[in-house]
Design a protein. Structure first.
Length: 207
C-alpha cells in the first residue's frame, strides 16, 4: 500500500486489495492495565482448573474483588485462545462404516456367569481435566473382568480392555455394549469376532 501513488488513489488501492478504506487508518487500542491483570488471573486459574467455564471463572474473579460480568470474561478468554476442557456431548456415536447389532437382552434371564458381559465408558474428574475409564463386567456376578484408562476417546483402550478380559480364557455368550464408535470401530471388530464366537448385542449397559 502506497499512500501517494502517481496513478492510483488510496481508495482504488484498497479496492484492488479487497480492503475497507476505514480499516487502513485503524490503530488497535491496547488492552487496559485492568484487563491485562484480569487476563493474567484467568490464565493462572485456567492452568489450575482448565475444566472451568465462563461462569465459574467470573465467580472466581468476583471473589477476588473484581467487578466483571460473563460477557467480559468470555471476550478475554477468547482473546487468549482459552476454552474450557470438558466432555462434549454426543461422544457415543456409532462408526459410520461399522455394522449395527440388535439388542439381545430384552426379556432375557441372566442366570449364570459368562452369559452376558457388558462394557461402558465413564469419566473421571482430575485436577487438570478428565480421563476416560472403560470397564468390562460380567452381568451375573457383577465382577469387573478388565478395565483401562485413557486421556482420549480413541478405540485403542477399549480394545486393550477386551484383550485383557479374553486373556482370562473366559468367553461370554453375549457381549453387550452401546453403539459408540469405540466399540463398533474397525479396530474392535476383528478381535471380537476372531477371539470368541459369541453373539453381539448393542445397548447401553448399566454398570
Amino acid at each position: 500500500m502506497i499512500a501517494e501513488h502517481p496513478q492510483l488513489s488510496v481508495r482504488e488501492q484498497c479496492g484492488l486489495l479487497g480492503l475497507h478504506r476505514s480499516g487502513l487508518y485503524y490503530e488497535p487500542v491496547p488492552e487496559s492495565a485492568e484487563n491485562l491483570l484480569l487476563m493474567s488471573l484467568l490464565d493462572r486459574q485456567y492452568t489450575r482448573h482448565p475444566e472451568q467455564g465462563v461462569r465459574r471463572m467470573t465467580l472466581q474473579l468476583r471473589e477476588l474483588g473484581h467487578t466483571v460480568n460473563p460477557k467480559r470474561v468470555r471476550r478475554l478468554l477468547r482473546q487468549m485462545g482459552l476454552e474450557a476442557f470438558y466432555p462434549k456431548p454426543r461422544l457415543s456415536l456409532p462408526d459410520p462404516v461399522a455394522g449395527r447389532y440388535p439388542y439381545l437382552l430384552k426379556g432375557l434371564k441372566i442366570t449364570q456367569p459368562d452369559q452376558v458381559w457388558c462394557a461402558d465408558i465413564t469419566y473421571i474428574g482430575l485436577p487438570e481435566g478428565f480421563a476416560y475409564l472403560v470397564a468390562i463386567m460380567d452381568w451375573f456376578s457383577r465382577y469387573v473382568l478388565a478395565w483401562e484408562v485413557s486421556n482420549s476417546m480413541e478405540s485403542a483402550f477399549c480394545v486393550s480392555a477386551l484383550e485383557r478380559a479374553l486373556s482370562r480364557r473366559r468367553r461370554p455368550e453375549i457381549y453387550n455394549t452401546d453403539q459408540g464408535s469405540q466399540f463398533t470401530s474397525a479396530e474392535a471388530e476383528p478381535i471380537e469376532r476372531a477371539r470368541h464366537p459369541c453373539e453381539h448385542g448393542r445397548a447401553r449397559p448399566r454398570l
